[in-house]
Design a protein around this ligand. Sequence first.
Ligand code: GA4
Length: 333
Amino acid sequence: MVVLTKPTLEQLIMKTTKPVNPLTLSQIPIVDLSSHDAKHQIVNACQEFGFFKVVNHGISMNLIKKLESQAMQFFLSPQDIKEKAGPADPFGYGNKKIGNNGDVGWVEYLLLNVKPETDIEKLVSAFEEHPEVFQHALNDYLTSVTKMGCGILELMAEGLELESKNAFSKLLMDDKSDSVFRLNYYPPCPDVQEDEINGGNLIGFGEHTDPQIISVLRSNDTSGLEIALKDGTWVSVPADSEAFFINVGDSLQVMTNGRFKSIKHRVVANSKKSRMSMIYFGGPPLNEKIAPLPSLIEREEDSLYKEFTWFEYKNTAFTSSLSHNRLGLYEKL
Ligand code: GA4
């Protein structure tokens, strides 16, 4: 008989050192979307970090707060109500278990398929009284964030001087685009003694890169997000509830033949305050071939990657553990 046990606190503790140098505001690339120079700032940030913060994005705080308060209401409801939206298979409500391959974290989440929408029945029963309020807030948020994500992808294409401005954004605009949305709730950290933690951190969400093209993250004012720099050092990113944070995903790294970096990141949950993040992962249609854009390589042989479809890569991702170096499997030797 297989006995399923809850992950112990010990299993959730990372035996890594704390980030040595929390990034100060001046170190994180900040892109002012209203600036005429935004496309160059974006290209530099994607080459150097694969990560940047966006200000003056034009998305109303009201729209953001509406979804955040709906999500908060959900995560603060009794456990049996939340479980009506679970288990995450991969879509639905998940608690501490991430994916199917043994990863755990101090996190509760709702993972949703943007198109076609996740089996809404599951959610309706969990959002008891007014599921339509959540649904409206979600639709409004996703419409705005997709639009902003596409705008950023267009600026990337312009900054890279591609012939077609929509070379990347058309993949997210496609009716068959395979994008997902995630609401992550990191409950306040349990009271553990410093010596129990043993210099480690409580894992919220373990280190990984995002498989898609681009990820658009917004969080409340609780920090926890950390990014890995090229030299492998981990630095924590100060929270900013009014800004968005953009990650380059693995697929965009491939499409730019490695010019843009898919950034390794993680979330630690050491705070006495809860952290809530909402992340849109913009993915291409399943049958889309992911390969370097011809204009970014001189000859086909210059491609650093073996060819694959998003369907293949997604399968590889969903059958691997979080920290696995998935892209490594497709690198040419
Ligand atoms: C990481 C990025 C997104 O959150 C996600 C995650 C997915 C999941 O939660 O089911 C994965 C992870 C993510 C990559 C490796 C596999 C699949 C958990 C996991 C262990 C929704 C995605 O697309 O890939």
